[in-house]
Design a protein around this ligand. Structure first.
Ligand SMILES: Cc1cc2nc3c(=O)[nH]c(=O)nc-3n(C[C@H](O)[C@H](O)[C@H](O)COP(=O)(O)OP(=O)(O)OC[C@H]3O[C@@H](n4cnc5c(N)ncnc54)[C@H](O)[C@@H]3O)c2cc1C
Length: 287
């Protein structure tokens, strides 16, 4: 297998007959087991990163929106924010799907797509063990994928690209129902289980569904982490910090053409998203 040869990373293909022993369900044609991957609590991870940055001397300004970026006479960047202006020698754009018109060159490259997740009530431990006998982090390979796992307190945490549009009260409500149906499709045993939490966020898709990094309008940026997630975003963050500090540029993604998002799918103008959603549903149905 390519990943074994190139990265010495072991993956194991399993037939449908062994699926239930891995994920407590056999609705899929088969699976691939990655023994060396793991899960994390993203809120705790974020808090840990913030603390580490603060300890290293960073000044963190939460609830502060950058509203415009310009240049001063001395060529430094000047950012207007909701709490006043600041100047900077370098800027790293890490605003993901939430990129605004403060940085229009990046905004028009991003396709913002909602992703939603819900948590059931706490499950009896024998049911939890039946659903996920090996306590795996599980995801499928559809465009409208599901990703799920047990939480440490034995809730089923079940997420997916449900409502497609960025999160609002409405899309969160719709997604709860879509995800509940999806979850029962995988685990009919959860038909009467209560859903206690639902929430969502927006992912930064790019046209080629790959991360991109480098410079845009003289500012460093990294974007396109939809489907690549927390591990990739953190890796790119460290790389960009290195570049600002004068490290050589060894980011393999820099220089890959970064095409703009088609009109109608761009952040802020997403009227064509339902068409794209319908197209991917057809692909999922066909494959
Ligand atoms: C429901 C859901 C489930 C997910 N599950 C997984 C998973 O299982 N595994 C995984 O790896 N990934 C998962 N992800 C994806 C993961 O959360 C993202 O890939 C990751 O958060 C991207 O990190 P980021 O720092 O690039 O962007 P973000 O976390 O989106 O952060 C961007 C930040 O920029 C800020 N910002 C934007 N514009 C401005 C401005 N003008 N001024 C000031 N601040 C601004 C935003 O407020 C935001 O805080 C999931 C996402 C969702 C929504």
């Amino acid at each position: 297998m390519l990943v074994k040869r190139e990265f010495n990373h072991e993956l194991r293909i399993i037939p449908k007959s062994e699926l239930r022993g891995e994920i407590g369900s056999d609705i899929y044609f088969g699976g691939m087991v990655d023994e060396t991957s793991a899960g994390l609590n993203p809120a705790r991870y974020l808090a840990g990163l913030a603390l580490a940055a603060q300890r290293a001397g960073a000044c963190l300004c939460d609830h502060t929106r950058v509203t415009s970026v310009g240049r001063e006479r001395n060529n430094k960047f000047r950012m207007e924010t909701s709490k006043g202006a600041i100047t900077a020698r370098e800027i790293i754009l890490a605003s993901g799907a939430y990129t605004t018109d403060a940085t229009p060159a990046l905004r028009k490259k991003i396709i913002p797509i909602g992703s939603y997740i819900m948590a059931t009530e706490v499950l009896p431990s024998d049911l939890a063990r039946e659903l996920s006998p090996r306590n795996r982090m599980i995801y499928d390979s559809k465009h409208f994928l599901y990703y799920y796992r047990l939480t440490p307190d034995n809730r089923m945490l079940f997420g997916g690209r449900a409502a497609f549009f960025p999160e609002t009260e409405n899309t969160v409500r719709q997604s709860a129902e879509i995800l509940r149906r999806g979850m029962i499709g995988v685990y009919p045993q959860l038909g009467d289980t209560k859903i206690e939490f639902v929430w969502g966020g927006t992912l930064d898709f790019t046209l080629d569904v790959m991360p991109h990094a480098g410079k845009i309008g003289d500012m460093y940026f990294a974007a396109g982490f939809a489907g690549h997630g927390v591990a990739a975003a953190t890796w790119f963050g460290a790389k960009l910090a290195g570049l600002v500090c004068g490290d050589p540029n060894d980011i393999p993604f820099d220089g890959i053409p970064f095409r703009g998002a088609p009109l109608g799918l761009r952040s802020g103008h997403t009227w064509a998203l339902p068409l794209a959603g319908a197209w991917y549903r057809i692909l999922d149905w066909l494959t």
